[in-house]
Design a binder for this molecule. Structure first.
Ligand code: 5GP
Ligand code: ZN
Length: 112
């Protein structure tokens, strides 16, 4: 499948990994919008938030269950923002569901 994030999962595109287990991967964004900018993805090709179902929602719950641990490992004790861009009007560019984890400075009203 021609998906950048599936290729990051299978290792054919390298990434700076922050956290990995059997259901998810977190890695540094290649074009950071904040001092800390990590992408969290399920190890299942779900195209966007608009494709979440009862059956695949456990992947999303799992990602959020690991957020405190990942944030702590990144030194985000002062807080952080989690962003999802869903489809064209939100500017989604990679069509494999992902959550941006942003922080490391006081954040304004823009994404980062
Ligand atoms: P979107 O705009 O779809 O919400 O976010 C996609 C994000 O993926 C962007 O912030 C972009 O910088 C990041 N990205 C795209 N290609 C790669 C890549 O090959 N490696 C990494 N680490 N990040 C990528
Ligand atoms: Zn994918």
């Amino acid at each position: 499948m021609d998906c950048i994030f599936c290729k990051i999962i299978d290792g054919s595109i390298p990434s700076k990994k922050v956290y990995e287990d059997d259901k998810m991967l977190a890695f540094h964004d290649v074009n950071p919008q904040a001092p800390v900018h990590v992408i969290m993805i399920p190890k299942e090709h779900i195209p966007s938030a608009d494709a979440v179902t009862e059956e695949n929602s456990a992947y999303i719950a799992h990602i959020f269950s690991k957020v405190p641990e990942i944030a702590k490992s990144l030194g985000l004790e002062n807080g952080y923002r989690i962003v999802n861009n869903c489809k064209a009007d939100a500017g989604q560019t990679v069509f494999h569901l992902h959550f941006h984890l942003l922080g490391g400075k006081p954040l304004g009203l823009e994404m980062a």
